[in-house]
Design a protein around this ligand. Sequence first.
Ligand SMILES: C[S@@+](CC[C@H](N)C(=O)[O-])C[C@H]1O[C@@H](n2cnc3c(N)ncnc32)[C@H](O)[C@@H]1O
Length: 256
Amino acid sequence: MSKNKRPQGGGKKPVSRAGGPGGGQRNLHVRVKTARKRTLASTLWLERQLNDPYVAAAKREGMRSRAAYKLSEIDAKYKLLKAGLRVIDLGAAPGGWSQVAAEKVKAVEGRGQVIAIDYLDVDPLAGVTLLKLDFTDETAEPLLKSLLRDGQADLVLSDMAAPTVGHTRTDHIRIMGLAETAAHFAVDVLAPGGAFLCKVFQGGTERELLDLLKKSFRVVRHVKPPASRADSAELYVLATGFKGAAAPTGGEAAEV
Ligand SMILES: C[S@@+](CC[C@H](N)C(=O)[O-])C[C@H]1O[C@@H](n2cnc3c(N)ncnc32)[C@H](O)[C@@H]1O
């Protein structure tokens, strides 16, 4: 996908992934009739999917998920992914972020490395090492580390989200628990100068997590890429300029 733009329809030239296909498509709004076996919620979900330009672009451009565009958009702005980097992708299924990362770090060419983990199946992806495992399992972190070149990563990504139960507070606590576990892992595994990008929840990142990130990284900011639905509580925390495992002092990061 081209840099930091929403996929377009409606007579405008659709955006394509860098090096990927574009191609024009009319942007007709599809209405879904309620059917006897379909609930109103599923009718509305279906209608939103059918009219979502990112869903259409993902299909057209062979991306595994519409979420792939969130990483593409964040990367277009903050230049996280470069050839030769070692990347960990936590909560990778169905593989959109890994796909974007593998292309950018040139994993197929053997320059960079992408190691992805999810407890769900991910279909094989060229250049990506896939682990089917719960990240919170005690074996996961040592296994991920053992697979990294020189035992360190340059970028830790986490788009992990537990299935929502619809109870806002419970959903918030669960997602923030995953984010905290991911952050501790990032601080443990990153090489100096590395970065951490992680899904959190609107309402901000918990103070404890922010404090850890601000102590360990030069800059900490919240980002909401255009591909993240405006009506969703989803947000990302991006921490860049990892100070190194043994650099607890030297002032706190700027929070942007
Ligand atoms: C929003 S999806 C990720 C989408 C992905 N970034 C993409 O572009 O295709 C969130 C994923 O997190 C995974 N997940 C949640 N908790 C996890 C855990 N404890 N260990 C591993 N994966 C987890 C879920 O199984 C789900 O596949």
